[in-house]
Write a protein that binds this ligand. Structure first.
Ligand code: F3S
Length: 756
């Protein structure tokens, strides 16, 4: 079963009732984003209006999608919840752990060899708990979701930041951390701060060399990498409806690069065409019946300034192809002479060494067909390709169809490498160099979304530029960053000057999509007999054991580290080489807080072990305290835990025996993650008390047995000289979060309630 039409019909029947109720309580016409949000309230029919950017609201998403890197810990946690099945339709997609090197066949085999235990685990746990499983090589999560699961008006969460791609099919789809996904899988609500709304009015029409990618590159240029923070970006206007559904997906996908909560488009004929082309006639029919609910009220788009917090207008007829980069996706330069000037001024290499087409952002049939029309011209006009080409099709369905239609063979004639239908170079899974750190300065161009230093190939000297697939093709063939295919000529093998014609392509395959094996494994109806495969001596996977409650006697605890300044989730749980241990809590805990700066010596990963007076790494010191039965405490500065929502940043200290994290202020998601893991996340009533804490402190909680909502806690810090400071601490725990603490974790509570 690829999708559940009954579930979708239920969403639509809720929507008609709830949107009308929302319009009443809000007291004015509604945007599409509000319609979707208000029709997915956990409490059902709306009875109050929420304040954008302020109110925290419980939602009930329709679907969950997880990719292989993040799914490991999410599913290990879900197994703790004591449920037979996921409460909400969920899929797992194996796409991040496949390295691009020689080409699809060899690379996929290699990935299946080196990561088989992870894939086998994900497959078995999916089978057991009613989760749809997409095998390695089936495709990139967001393209597969768009082809199979996304539907207009739906709400979905996914453990990947580009989950937002599904906005191309009219969803509110949001990237979350594993802990949030686990809650929803286990039947709990999902909390989100009610977003602000940015309206983007698209007038005119794309033509010639401009593509949907240029729309989002332009929006990124206008809003910058932070401009969408806390907001849903809603696109509308004639320019929006004239674009393909997958093109809309590209725009929503890269909304992650402006920090937006998500992006979306109203239901239109392009979405209907896409649904029908991807075998979802019944979804299209159901959507047509509630059409007016699947877009904003007419008054909203007529006077957007009155209904959105910010409105941007872009005339697509005036838009020209852009190249964004290097090192940031919001630095736009039009193709041609302006690029020559900027590159010379900034010392960006003008020679382009690779052109990469694909990723979840731009790997649709339309993308490949338009880029191939440029590649075909290179063959027809006798041009030699100057840069190397790599292609990552978005899904097996796209790959099979593009292969059938001769699209891939055009690229192959240009010696392109067709990589696996997977993330590959987009996530640094690209064996480009044997020693990337010392690799030479160079430029590459790709149609992906992110271009931070080292992202694609690990080489800090690679200048990566982001452009549409057709521009990537033209620039890779020309081999120069400042080539403008609209005006410039190239010299062919016969010494003639030739010029590219405008790209052409198909929105959808003229002969329809086709696929032999789409790589999907449906779960068993009754998975109770399925055993989950995790080897005892695995270094990448480890079954979790439930955390013991910390209890209300925290006495004689030791200071593990007082972190100075910025302490993000990357400082707490580094990524990079540690990604490989994402499914093994004990092993990944060896990176716990190793990036945090010790306030007493300004060094990282060098703290005093009070049991022996020696300095050592943070994880080793924490393990020493834990082995001695001594609880430890972490102290931090402002906005502690900002960055990603990764739950490892809370699970690792919990696993290593940290009882409380006391800071000047928290990033909210991390604070919630600490609560979910059954720990104390506390803030100073007086920030200056941070300075009173000393390296040799022994810590006693004085009134934890009175832990209650809204009541501060008092903690005694006994210094080495015997003097004491009693420090008052705030917390934001409500009754149910205190129950998580008392139970040892949120999952322990779910499990107990489940068994009750
Ligand atoms: Fe994969 Fe890159 Fe997308 S890592 S999910 S292709 S952003």
């Amino acid at each position: 079963m690829a999708f559940d039409i009954d579930m979708i019909k239920k969403v639509y029947s809720n929507m008609t009732e709830r949107v009308d109720a929302a319009r009443n309580v809000v007291g004015k016409p509604l945007t599409l984003s509000e319609k979707i949000l208000y029709s997915h309230l956990w409490d059902g029919t709306p009875n109050k209006a929420f304040t954008r950017g302020k109110d925290y609201v419980d939602f009930a998403p329709d679907r969950i999608a997880c990719q292989d890197a993040t799914a490991q810990m999410a599913l290990l946690q879900f197994m703790q919840a004591g449920k037979d099945k996921v409460a909400v339709p969920t899929t797992v997609h194996c796409d991040h752990l496949i390295q691009a090197k020689s080409g699809a066949a060899t690379d996929l085999k290699h990935a299946n060899d080196v990561s088989s235990e992870v894939f086998d685990f994900l497959e078995s746990v999916s089978n057991k708990y009613g989760i749809g499983f997409w095998k390695p090589g089936a495709g990139i999560i967001h393209q597969v979701v768009l082809e199979n699961y996304a539907f207009p008006g739906g709400m979905m969460i996914g453990t990947d930041s580009h989950t937002v791609n599904a906005g191309g099919l009219g969803m509110v789809a949001i990237g979350v951390g594993g802990a949030d996904a686990v809650d929803v899988m286990a039947g709990m609500a999902w909390e989100l701060k009610f977003p602000k709304l940015i309206g983007v009015k698209l007038t005119g029409k794309l033509s010639g060399w401009t593509a949907p990618k240029d729309v989002i590159l332009k929006v990124a240029d206008i809003l910058t990498v932070k401009g969408g923070t806390g907001a849903i970006v809603e696109y509308f206007g004639e320019g929006a409806t004239s674009m393909s559904c997958t093109g809309k997906g590209t725009i929503c996908n890269m909304g992650a690069e402006i920090g937006a909560t998500t992006s979306t488009f109203g239901y239109d004929e392009s979405m209907e065409r896409y649904l029908r082309a991807t075998d979802r006639e019944d979804v299209a029919d159901a959507a047509n019946e509630v059409k007016s609910y699947l877009t904003a009220d007419a008054e909203v788009y007529a006077n957007p300034e009155q209904y959105f917090d910010q409105v941007i207008e872009i005339n697509l007829s005036e838009l020209s192809p852009l190249l964004n980069g290097p090192f940031t996706p919001d630095l736009s330069t039009p193709a041609g002479s302006e690029m020559t000037e900027k590159a010379n001024a900034n010392d960006w290499p003008l020679t382009v060494e690779w052109g990469l087409i694909g990723s979840c952002t731009n790997s649709s049939y339309e993308d490949l067909s338009r880029a191939s029309s440029i590649a075909q011209q290179a063959l027809d006009k006798g041009l030699e390709t100057k840069a190397e080409f790599g292609i990552n099709p978005g899904s097996e369905k796209v790959r099979y169809t593009a292969d059938r239609d001769g699209i891939l063979s055009i690229f192959e004639k240009l010696d392109a490498k067709i990589f696996t239908n997977a993330c590959g170079p987009c996530i640094g899974q690209w064996a480009r160099y044997s020693d990337p750190k010392n690799a030479p300065k160079n430029s590459i161009i790709h149609s992906f979304n992110r271009n931070f230093a080292k992202r694609a190939d690990g080489n800090p000297n690679t200048h990566a530029f982001v452009a549409s697939p057709e521009m990537v093709a033209a620039i890779a063939i020309a081999g120069r960053l400042d080539f403008n295919p609209m005006t410039d000529t190239l010299t062919n093998k016969n010494g003639e000057e030739v010029k590219f014609d405008e790209p052409t392509g198909w929105e959808l395959p003229p002969k329809g999509f086709e696929v032999k094996d789409n790589g999907y494994l449906a779960p068993m109806e009754d998975g109770s007999g399925v055993s989950v495969v995790v080897s005892e001596d695995s270094e990448r996977l480890q079954l979790l054991t439930p955390f013991e409650p910390i209890g209300n006697e925290i006495k004689g605890a030791k200071l593990l580290i007082k972190a100075h300044g910025k302490c993000t989730t990357d400082h707490i749980s580094m990524a990079g080489p540690w990604l490989r241990f994402r499914g093994h809590l004990d092993n990944i805990s060896n990176n716990c807080l190793i990036g945090a700066v010790n306030a007493y010596n300004q060094k990282t990963n060098f703290v005093k072990n009070q049991l022996n007076g020696e300095y050592a790494g943070v994880p080793d010191t924490a393990r020493a305290y834990k082995a001695a039965g001594v609880k430890s405490i972490v102290v931090g500065d402002h906005n502690y835990g900002e960055g990603s929502s990764r739950e490892h940043a809370a699970m690792e200290p919990r696993h290593l025996g940290v009882a409380a994290v006391i800071v000047k202020s928290f990033a909210r998601i991390h604070e919630t993650n600490l609560k979910k893991q059954g720990m104390l996340g506390l803030t100073f009533v007086n920030e200056a008390d941070y300075d009173k804490i000393q390296e040799d402190d022994t810590i006693n909680f004085l009134d934890l047995n009175e832990f209650a909502p809204g009541k501060t806690l008092n903690v005694e810090f006994v210094h080495a000289d015997g003097s004491k400071d009693v420090i008052e601490l705030n917390h934001t725990y409500n009754e149910s979060q205190i129950a998580w603490y008392n139970e040892g974790s949120a999952l322990n509570l779910i499990k107990r309630e489940n068994n009750a």
